[in-house]
Design a protein around this ligand. Sequence first.
Ligand code: ZN
Length: 226
Amino acid sequence: MNEKVKIKTQLVKYGKKIAARKLVVGPGGNISARLAEVVYMKASGIAFEEADESDYIGVELHTGKVVEGDLKPTCEIEMHLACYLIREDVSAVVHTHPPLATAVAMSGGSLKAFTPDFAALVGPEVPVVEYVIPAGKELAEAVKQVVREHNGVLLANHGLLTVGANLKEAYYRTLLIEDACKSLLAAKVLGKMRFFTPEQMRQIIGLEAERYRKSLLKSESPKEGL
Ligand SMILES: [Zn+2]
């Protein structure tokens, strides 16, 4: 399978996973993956569960010009391209509207690590950006400033964006963040919350077992159990 076909197959696959897990409803959200100077992304107005290979179109990384496909790119194109332009190690972007991450984003506070999985696979923190109208340069700029140093960003009154070395990594980061938000909300009801200290973060990052799991997440292996 050539690289282009592989990337489109992966986009369709992860798009269907996102729909099945209800991380977005209807035509909301969008995902993209980079292949050299071309970024493949979902076309505007297409629901993930209905999207096939032809609904993922190629745009030029630096100009946003459509170079493959007849459809219009997602209106969040600027936000996607900004992530690739600010971080060379990013090859996939997942933008969804998960209910619990959206609720946490609305509260305005950033999400800090409190489990080993989150700390090792997402990082110490997922900051939140203030609400700005979607689909414009302003949102792209705000997201870019966070993605420069973080693997996820909560979008107030909107949703979530994660980045990764491939779609698998960006997708799992989305799941980990949504799951953490579920625990956070439960912890708030119970009344007690403990986040990792910098020292606890350092211990986790140094664990050999976590390094191995991280390398699996970045691999193209068809196995998905971690
Ligand atoms: Zn959105």
